[in-house]
Write a protein that binds this ligand. Structure first.
Ligand SMILES: Nc1ncnc2c1ncn2[C@@H]1O[C@H](COP(=O)(O)OP(=O)(O)OP(=O)(O)O)[C@@H](O)[C@H]1O
Length: 269
């Protein structure tokens, strides 16, 4: 077992996972630096959600796979330790906001802090600060049913950020939003994460979303692939065979080299 590089907050090697026998992820290795916004792109069913669930300790990789957070092996932690890690150091956003309907916006945001034992006054102050950062301070007292979908999703973002997690996992966070809302909501999220040094792992199949990331890795049929540009102007996606995240962070290295002899698994011209 090799310890990961110091500057990677999250590091994974040789991740394999099958959903009841059907392959979800095959040999994925990557690293995420502190404060980095990493997009995980790929078509539907390519393994993005499976990867995020493995990286966040919700799923365990098959034997031989490793996930490290802050130089601690997550893959060998007990279920309870992984649950604590997720609660204390990770944030999670899904396409559906999943707010508690009986609670106001600020109460929904403050909930993780109060469940962790923070005094109500302190939790409320933190919740109000995050609502202000996400441009929805005026909605603090409203209940979810009185809000628009985009506003509810911003509240879910604030709830995921309020504990200042080391890593925020966002799985298609803008999927339910109109196109016009998407860029604005995401820009607000990435700005807030950057200003607090929060690393974001963002699963998306939307090219406009990947444009906001510092770096993008692509999945196809459960494998990391690298996009290479063909002489005729098209592109091909070739498997990234490097099992070690190493210094290129599992992005497949230089797209102009080392692709000869590899089978292109997707072509578009
Ligand atoms: N609970 C499950 N049971 C069986 N197969 C599953 C399960 N979850 C995912 N899969 C399969 O694993 C593969 C990867 O799915 P995954 O949800 O990780 O992809 P994705 O890129 O996130 O897709 P989407 O964008 O649709 O969420 C797919 O073939 C999917 O059908």
């Amino acid at each position: 077992m090799t310890a990961p590089p110091d500057n990677d907050v999250l590091w994974a090697r040789a991740l394999h996972f099958s959903h009841h026998g059907s392959p979800g992820l095959t040999g994925v290795s990557l690293g995420v630096r502190e404060g980095e916004i990493l997009a995980v792109s790929g078509p539907r069913g390519s393994g993005k959600s499976t990867l995020l669930r493995l990286l966040s300790g919700q799923l365990l990789p098959e034997p031989g796979g490793e996930v490290w957070f802050d130089s601690t092996p997550v893959h060998s932690m007990s279920a309870l330790a992984r649950e604590r890690l997720r609660r204390d150091r990770f944030g999670w956003i899904e396409p559906r906001p999943g707010l508690v309907p009986e609670l106001s916006a600020w109460e929904n945001v403050a909930l993780p802090l109060m469940l962790a034992g923070a005094p109500r006054r302190e939790a409320k102050a933190a919740a109000l600060e995050w609502l202000a950062r996400l441009d929805i301070a005026a909605l603090a007292r409203k209940r979810p049913h009185a809000l628009l979908q985009a506003q509810r999703q911003r509240i879910a973002f604030a709830r995921a950020l309020v504990g200042t997690p080391a890593v925020l996992f966002a799985d298609e966070p803008t999927a339910p939003l109109h196109l016009a809302d998407r860029a604005h909501v995401l820009r607000t999220l990435t700005t807030a994460a950057r200003s607090h040094g929060i690393a974001v792992v963002l699963a998306t199949h939307d090219p406009d979303t990947t444009a906001l990331a510092d770096r993008t890795v692509s999945l196809l049929d459960g494998r990391l692939v690298t996009t290479v540009h063909l002489p005729g102007g098209g592109t091909a996606q070739v498997p990234d065979d490097d099992p070690d995240p190493g210094t290129d962070h599992g992005t497949g290295g230089d797209p102009d080299h080392g692709t000869e002899g590899r089978a292109a698994c997707s072509l578009s011209v």
